[in-house]
Design a protein around this ligand. Structure first.
Ligand code: HEC
Length: 283
């Protein structure tokens, strides 16, 4: 009888030990895994996201947390982004951050990539976050810490992009208390290098009279086409043409033949005149 109770006690003890082991692994081990070697995703302070204070202390911000980004982006271009911590408080001895670039609709804006082993990219659904690695906590380092990684802007102009970042200035104590959490966001507007100009002129008969309703087509880079018809006086006008490319201009009419022209558009071109030829003369 006594030994049965003893066995039950041992069994309960074993279960408790196992339970604690599981709890330990779930909380401390995996949380630590999730955090020293990169913060868990969605903690940048972006709309709908938490920050590091989900687990770490908010603390009092006596230091500086900064994101250095370009003042504007050209679609498709790659930039180096820097995240920097600085403080005079020498009890700050471990460092971290997490950053994501988002559109104003909170969609991922472009792509992020590591430049060295101090950062890593963690993916959650359609979103990619840059955060520190274990090496990138710079454990024991005082006064400042920083990371660099690359950001490739979206291939097209998506409007303003905001870099949302949360930073941690930790005390390297091995627990989450005694830390300081910072947040920062930086807006990067698009740079439109292409300025827009007008192309206009007249389409004339062989006798020099304006030809009505002739079809004028311009074909730009990547085969993009635009078409317009000439007015009663034979004039045509196409606005919002991007400078810096060459365009092929074609005129088509049932009555006359027109040679196509190739123009290098650097500025407004307002007197591009076409003079028709009789089809039979051409043959
Ligand atoms: C889900 C909980 C959780 C969240 C959220 C979290 N961490 Fe942690 N973090 C931990 C745990 C657990 C540890 C390991 C214990 C420790 O060493 O502090 C840790 C440790 C760290 C360390 C090592 C320094 C230290 O104090 O030992 C850094 C740096 C760090 N986290 C950065 C961050 C940053 C930056 C964020 C927010 C962008 C963040 N963490 C969000 C749980 C979290």
């Amino acid at each position: 009888m006594g030994s049965t109770i003893k066995n039950i006690k041992l069994g309960v003890l074993a279960l408790f030990t196992l339970g604690f082991a599981i709890l330990f692994f779930n909380s401390t081990f995996f949380k630590a895994e999730a955090s020293i070697n990169g913060a868990p995703t969605a903690r940048t302070g972006a709309p709908g996201e938490q920050t590091c204070t989900d687990c770490h202390n908010a603390g009092t911000n006596t230091g500086v947390f900064n994101v250095v980004a370009p003042s504007g982006y050209v679609p498709g271009q790659t930039y180096t982004i820097q995240v920097q911590h600085a403080t005079t408080d020498t009890t700050r001895r471990a460092w971290g951050f997490e950053l994501i670039p988002l559109t104003s609709g909170n969609a991922m804006a472009g792509t992020v990539a590591n430049l060295n082993t101090n950062t890593r990219v963690r993916v959650s659904g359609t979103k990619s976050y840059v955060t520190q690695t274990s090496a990138g906590t710079f454990s024991g380092q005082t006064l400042s810490a920083g990371w660099s990684f690359s950001w490739t802007a979206p291939a097209t102009n998506v409007g303003n992009v905001t870099l949302y970042a949360a930073g941690l200035q930790a005390d390297d104590s091995g627990d989450e208390s005694g830390d300081q959490t910072y947040v920062r966001s930086v807006v990067i507007p698009p740079i439109t290098t292409a300025s827009l100009v007008e192309i206009s002129g007249r389409v004339l008969t062989p006798e020099g009279r304006g030809l009505t309703n002739a079809r004028v087509t311009i074909t730009g880079p990547n085969g993009v086409r635009r078409t317009t018809l000439t007015t009663r006086f034979g004039s045509f006008r196409l606005v919002d043409v991007e400078v810096g490319s060459s365009y092929v201009i074609d005129v088509s009419s049932r009555r006359f033949h027109f040679d196509s022209r190739v123009v290098q558009v650097m500025d407004n071109m307002t007197d591009i005149d076409f003079i028709g030829q009789y089809w039979n003369i051409r043959q």
